[in-house]
Design a protein around this ligand. Structure first.
Ligand code: ARG
Ligand code: ZN
Length: 472
């Protein structure tokens, strides 16, 4: 064949190729991480989940969890395969009804290859059948599934989902949830949102929970054990469901005296942050010795240790403040943790002020004065603390100090307008520290870059304490 004709001939063939679907030609694997610089492997690329339906069975005696996750998602690009984050043993995966092949990789990746590539923008239904003993699964050397004498509980930040359901595990991908858990009669299953129903049959009881508003995967929680469940209603009409392990021993009274005030606290916080954003509310206290509490959406997790010295309403204020600051408006990336913790701590200071136990200014002055300039506390930058210092006390205390400095700079009227406006502006979404600075500048009409630098980004003790406002 004449050489000169080869190229044009090939071109003509290429031109006719559109007979092959674009999805097959252009599809490539979805990223194994969503692109968070602190945690490159967390979350996944290429799709967006709208709903998780988790139908589970759990045996407290053996800690065995089994079930089916049905995940409704939409692709954001052509995909030859995609990842979920998960640790338990997978028996079968189906994508749009057809069996898909799967394999595991990395610390917590489940790689799914559908029979046919997926086209950008298409709805996709993923069914994952699985089982395992969550307390025996580790990633990076730890487990977030806390075994209790009568069951277990999944609660940690940022990692909690891998031990009980496959997910796109990053706050950027929020979704609604139905969590249905079968447990032996006499045992309770506690999760987020509203208890739709319970049904008993053959010695097992099914607990059906629904989270009707979008929720980040780390804010989904499951606890199984013997709980005492209490109910109430807030002034504004939100139903409150709390649950206490029947095994809290000496901590039982203090736990109830604190968590039973959930409705009252949510009403009080709504005066600062705007209406409570969800249709369900509560708290639960399983019998674990975990050191932290967690703002699991609508129903925070509290450890009995929080109540070791007696009632602790302050921790309830903290976790409920997160319902607006953290849950309704979530971090864009984990480096933005200050937009959660700085504000939840500041809410505790406002509560202290309300209770006549010291004003926010007094508490700010105390944090400033009690730590000398050479205290390593001041080397942590709350605006970008690094993954190793994500929950360092500086993110909380210096983080709240930064808010007191902001309050003094822009005055009470603008400050409280910012506190109330922010959750509405970014409701059910994500935002960064820079977004918050821009918003505070917009509301107050003041440039704030220098103030944010001093209080959130300088790895040193600011030279002057948060100055008091002249008068507002
Ligand atoms: N957001 C939680 C709180 O402040 C902190 C969770 C800390 N997590 C941890 N593994 N230490 O209430
Ligand atoms: Zn917190």
């Amino acid at each position: 064949m004449h050489r000169g004709l080869i190229a044009p001939g090939a071109l003509a063939v290429a031109f006719l190729l559109p007979a092959i679907p674009a999805s097959a030609a252009g599809a490539s694997p979805g990223a194994p991480g969503i692109g968070d610089p602190y945690y490159p492997a967390y979350g996944n690329g290429g799709y967006d989940v709208s709903h998780y339906d988790l139908r589970l069975k759990y045996r407290p005696d053996t800690d065995r969890l089994q079930g089916t996750a049905t995940i409704l998602a939409r692709t954001t690009r052509d995909l030859s395969r995609f990842n979920l984050d998960f640790l338990l043993d997978v028996g079968e995966v189906r994508v749009n009804g057809a069996k898909a092949s799967f394999t595991t990789s990395g610390e917590h990746e489940l790689e799914v290859t559908p029979e046919r590539p997926l086209r950008k923008g298409d709805p996709v239904t993923v069914v994952v059948r699985y089982s395992g003993v969550p307390s025996q699964q580790q990633a990076y050397g730890f487990t977030s599934w806390h075994r209790t004498p009568d069951g277990g509980v999944a609660a940690n930040e940022p990692e909690a989902a891998w031990w009980w359901f496959p997910s796109n595990d990053h706050p950027l991908d929020k979704a609604t949830y139905d969590v249905s858990v079968l447990v032996p009669d006499g045992t309770q299953a506690i999760s987020n949102g509203t208890l739709q129903s319970t049904r008993s049959r053959l010695g097992w009881t099914r607990w059906n929970w629904r989270s009707a508003q979008p929720q980040a995967s780390y804010l989904a929680t499951l606890a199984v054990g013997r709980f005492d469940v209490t109910t109430g209603t807030t002034e504004s009409g939100i139903p409150v469901v709390n649950a206490y392990s029947r095994d809290l021993g000496a901590h039982d009274g203090a736990a109830r005296a604190s968590v039973e005030r959930t409705g009252e606290i949510a009403d009080w916080l709504s005066e600062y942050f705007g209406p409570y954003p969800y249709d369900a509310l509560g708290g639960y206290v399983p019998n674990t010795d975990t050191g932290y509490a967690l703002e699991t959406q609508t129903r925070p997790f509290y450890s009995p240790r929080q109540f070791a010295d007696g009632s602790n309403v302050s921790v309830v204020v903290h976790e409920l403040a997160h319902q607006w600051y953290g849950d309704l408006v979530s971090v864009r990336g984990w480096r933005d943790i200050w937009i959660n913790e700085g504000f939840a701590r500041y809410a505790q200071w406002l509560w202290s002020e309300h209770e006549g136990e010291g004003t926010a200014q007094e508490l700010a002055d105390h944090v400033y004065a009690s730590r000398p300039a050479d205290d390593p506390f001041w080397t942590v930058r709350p605006g970008d603390p690094g993954p190793e210092n994500q929950f360092h006390l500086a993110v909380y205390d210096r983080g709240a100090l930064a808010l007191q400095a902001l309050r003094n700079e822009i005055g009470d009227t603008a400050f409280f307008a910012v506190l109330k406006g922010w959750p509405r502006k970014y409701a059910h979404g994500n935002a960064s520290v820079a977004d918050f600075r821009r918003y505070a500048e917009e509301v107050s009409g003041k440039p704030l870059a220098a103030l944010f630098d001093t209080w959130l980004y300088e790895p040193a003790k600011p030279s002057a304490p948060a100055a008091r406002a002249a008068s507002v």
